[in-house]
Design a binder for this molecule. Sequence first.
Ligand code: AHG
Ligand code: MN
Ligand code: MN
Length: 342
Amino acid sequence: MSKITTLDQFIVKKQADFAFAGGELSQLLSSIQLASKIVSREVNKAGLAHHILGSAGKENVQGEDQQNLDVFADDQFIAAFKAQGEVCGVASEENDHFIAFDEETCQNGKYVILIDPLDGSSNIDVNVSIGTIFSIYRRITPVGTKAQKEDFLQPGIRQVVAGYVIYGSSTMLVYTTGAGVNGFTFDLSIGVFCLSHPNMQIPVQGKIYSVNEGNFHAFTNEGVREYIRWCQSVNPNEGKKPYTARYIGSLVADFHRNLIKGGVYLYPATQNAPEGKLRLNYECNPMAFLIEQAGGKATDGKRRIMEITPGELHERVPLIIGSKEMVEDVENRMNQHAEVSA
Ligand code: AHG
Ligand code: MN
Ligand code: MN
């Protein structure tokens, strides 16, 4: 029998990689594991359970339709963090304001969590991969007090852990503590995450570009269109098209594929979304931390994503992320053109 390493065993083995304390990392990830197993179970039976499918009939703070599973996932993750004591507050894409835990035990927590509990919600009803994205920071305010807004508005370079769970053909948890990226596949038969993708590295150059091409005419930077046209064109040296398009519409799934195969994901600014669509705190920063740890890059076209200081919890930012050389190519083309809005 081949040797299995579970996520819990791996954390113990790699204690020294976490700058703070191995026990704390293990506690934080155990909450994430627990909630993601529960969400994974619900995702797998979503086709059967009518209360899970479909809209919850209310909108989140960004005016988007909230799906039942969004609300379910949000509740599960928040409850798991609250139950445990390492976390003093959670900011979630699904809630207008951050939640500062009241309980005395929680106020002693040293960490805050920023989370997109259910990413790719438009894909829930159609049996396509969705995910959860999380980001963990040390709090700035004193331990023993209630978490404050500034604890949640730190630049991405201060992240201590980031990762995602993908609910795909299998469920996987991928995370970094700043010492490489490792991926764990959920083995349903024994109920544990097992190391399946050690030390993940993204190829410096890939063949996949991922962008919602329906927005082609709405992009505000001509450099983006130029890059896409170039991806579509036949390379005269090779006599064939060097790139192929792949776009799922769940950031987690598009990112995961490109991380493994090499590629670039773009969600640039559009006429209707001049800041882009994706959220700096819940989506872009954690993915940027992961991609840099895997040898790739993440930019908004001008700035390294992780160096942007967020002004607001739900702030959006354009995102170009993936294989280093591909991201640099997009960035160079974008920098040759000025942004043009309507
Ligand atoms: P969420 O479901 O958390 O709101 O995120 C959806 C995001 C992201 O997952 C995806 O890449 C992007 O929206 C897709 O947007 P378009 O449908 O505009 O392409
Ligand atoms: Mn999302
Ligand atoms: Mn979401």
